[in-house]
Design a protein around this ligand. Structure first.
Ligand SMILES: Cc1cc2nc3c(=O)[nH]c(=O)nc-3n(C[C@H](O)[C@H](O)[C@H](O)COP(=O)(O)O)c2cc1C
Ligand code: SF4
Ligand code: SF4
Length: 254
């Protein structure tokens, strides 16, 4: 069973590539979050494969909490596939620890480099770099899928002192310091299409007198700011003039 969460489409696309080999059931966490309660248990005859973006060099805390709260039954194997804009550093240690807590058989973490989406902090790659990055990612995802299909463990990722620091202390500081919707606002370009309201996986945006307003339940997934059709959303003074990034590609292996 493939279970994915996405802000701007990379992890959805990665799931599609994996599933071209695995031909398995696919669950979209975004849809479940929007349509109601996350189920209390998930049953799968095949390994559980969690596909997520990387937030501060680990899987998103939201997903970690969902995994902790759901009973995973039948198959005992678990894989993690983390799409990232640079590196996942020491995320594997925490994924292993999570699997242990769930009494699952940890089978590995794949680091999949995809275009950077964290535009409130960094920049998306230039347009001409996006396709080559995605092509390389597809190749790696197909190899990972083959390993999962053959029930083989994935190669361990390297642990370094810098990685320990980034996935450890920096990750801990990241949530209280950086994860907030307070900096989002709209400009006069807004056409009140409602897309940002509909796409937010946490129902954190509402229209108030035809102006989008953000509440405090934000995971900084970048879906709202990157999907606005007229680039009317900005974040503090960090995003003016920057390219938005959203992966809407459909994977086809033909
Ligand atoms: C809040 C936030 C934190 C991020 N932290 C990292 C990180 O620590 N390392 C990294 O390589 N990429 C990081 N990224 C980039 C994303 O993980 C990457 O672009 C990912 O493929 C986005 O997936 P999605 O399109 O499915 O949301 C971060 C992005 C966001 C929005
Ligand atoms: S997606 Fe953009 S244009 Fe549409 S309501 Fe939101 S801010 Fe306005
Ligand atoms: S408000 Fe936060 S959680 Fe909702 S779409 Fe925007 S960045 Fe994502």
């Amino acid at each position: 069973m493939i279970i994915y969460f996405t802000g701007t489409g990379n992890s959805r696309y990665a799931s599609e590539v994996l599933n071209s080999v695995l031909d398995d059931e696919v669950i979209c966490v975004n849809d479940i979050l929007k349509n109601g309660q996350f189920p209390s248990s998930l049953d799968s005859d095949t390994p559980f494969v969690f596909v997520t973006p990387t937030y501060a060099w680990r899987i998103p805390r939201l997903i970690e909490e969902l995994i902790l709260n759901v009973t995973l039954t039948k198959n005992q194997k678990v894989y993690f596939v983390m799409t990232c804009g640079g590196e996942i550093y020491n995320a594997e240690k925490y994924n292993k620890r999570l699997a242990l807590k769930k009494e699952l058989d940890y089978c590995g973490t794949a680091e999949i480099l995809m275009p950077e989406n964290y535009i409130t902090m960094f920049s998306a790659p230039p347009k001409n770099k996006i396709e080559p990055i995605i092509k390389d990612a597809e190749q790696k995802l197909l190899e990972v899928a083959q390993s999962i299909k053959n029930k083989q463990p994935l190669a361990p990722t390297a642990s370094t002192p810098l990685g320990k620091f980034m996935s450890g202390a920096v990750n801990t500081m990241f949530y209280p310091i950086c994860v907030s919707a307070k900096g989002f606002y709209t400009t006069e370009k807004c056409i009140v299409c409602g897309k940002c309201v509909n796409i937010c996986p946490l129902e954190n945006i509402r229209l108030e007198n035809n102006v989008p307003k953000w509440s405090n339940n934000c995971t900084q997934c970048m879906a709202c700011i990157c999907s606005c059709p007229v680039q009317a959303i900005e974040y503090k003074n960090k995003t003016k003039g920057k390219d938005r990034y959203f992966n809407t590609k459909k994977y086809s292996n033909n």
